[in-house]
Write a protein that binds this ligand. Structure first.
Ligand code: SF4
Ligand code: SF4
Length: 329
């Protein structure tokens, strides 16, 4: 039996994905997000023909939690659900005679570029597969779930029909700027992100913090002092970050929860996020500068012609209701 894109999408949804998109590997090879350090499937293998993107939505309830621990826990659960769905899809594809592989999206390829930079950028693949496009803060925005979603990519030998990219921008842009105003370390730039600032704030228990802590413990004046380091509650938090990735990943929800894009925002999140407590005069001035730059057609590095592909080549167009719901399962 000939394997079609519709059959693969049905299998992905049954496996637990909330939305699915497909693009050709050839497209990903031709349009890497950064041609200087290309994140392309051939870094993993030259055998694959299609990329299937599985999207899992975040539970809106997590954004009502006062405690970050709950947010981090629910985020990890969403990632596990996503990985489980990808695994099931891989087994389905293999049963049909097509080997498949889930990309190591959370891994860092140190030989490509400094900082966290993987073999593939799943959000860029998701845009190529028609699932949405990138917002001012460079999160993937989906028509129904806004930035409140996670994606993973399964590469397969199957030659599947690709989805069309969305060319209209979902992000409202500088006239909104809520993600910029809400970002605690002020890491959101003009369609760009200061990744170091974001990571330092959003990953308090990341690997560099862990190294620092161990160094302090090893350099302590006495064995007793070293033991005090290793038996302190702070060490327990670090152990959890290694074991569950709690605190080591995605512990800041602010740009995600305040974004008005997505059908889940008005009914479940708008009331709670009407006021942005992190808003400062400096951020308001910065956003105005960005707005003016756009108004006066000044060059904006984040919107250079190559990058527009993932942001939306037709600019902002108000979302049509039927468009937002057309992908429903
Ligand atoms: S995750 Fe937090 S720190 Fe990072 S850009 Fe979003 S709001 Fe800012
Ligand atoms: S909060 Fe506003 S500016 Fe930021 S990504 Fe969402 S729509 Fe765009």
């Amino acid at each position: 039996m000939h394997l079609t894109a519709a059959m693969v999408k049905k299998a992905a949804r049954e496996a637990g994905a909330d939305d699915v998109g497909i693009c050709k590997v050839e497209t990903l090879e031709t349009f890497p997000p950064n041609p200087q350090a290309p994140q392309v499937p051939s870094r993993t293998s030259t055998k694959f023909k299609s990329a299937v993107v599985l999207l899992v939505r975040m539970a809106v309830g997590e954004f009502r939690a006062k405690n970050k621990l709950c947010i981090m826990h629910v985020s990890q659960m969403a990632l596990r659900r996503m990985d489980r769905a990808a695994n099931r899809l891989i087994r389905f594809l293999e049963r049909q005679g097509y080997p498949a592989l889930q990309t190591a999206a959370q891994e860092t390829a140190w030989d490509l570029k400094g900082g966290s930079y993987g073999l593939l950028s799943t959000r860029h693949v998701a845009v190529e597969a028609g699932l949405g496009n990138l917002g001012l803060e460079m999160n993937l925005l989906h028509p129904r779930f806004g930035p409140r979603c996670d994606v993973t990519v399964v590469l397969t030998d199957a030659d599947l029909e690709a989805d069309q990219r969305m060319t209209e921008t979902l992000c409202i842009g500088e006239s909104c700027g809520r993600c910029l105003l809400a970002c605690p370390p002020d890491a959101v730039l003009h369609w760009n992100l200061d990744k170091r600032r974001c990571a330092t704030y959003a990953q308090p228990l990341g690997i560099s913090g862990l190294f620092r802590y161990f160094r302090e413990a090893l350099r302590a004046e006495t064995p007793q002092k070293s033991w005090e380091y290793l038996s302190a509650p702070a060490f327990y938090d670090k152990w959890k970050s290694l074991h569950w990735q709690i605190g080591a990943f995605a512990s800041c929800p602010r740009c995600i929860e305040v974004c008005p894009v997505g059908d889940d925002y008005l009914p479940h999140l708008a009331d709670r996020h009407r006021t942005i407590e992190e808003k400062t005069d400096d951020k308001v001035v910065k956003l105005k500068l960005y707005r003016d730059a756009r108004k006066h057609n000044e060059p904006i590095p984040g919107l250079d012609p190559w990058r527009l592909r993932w942001i939306g080549e037709e600019g902002y167009k108000p979302k049509k209701k039927e468009k937002a719901t057309s992908r429903e399962a």
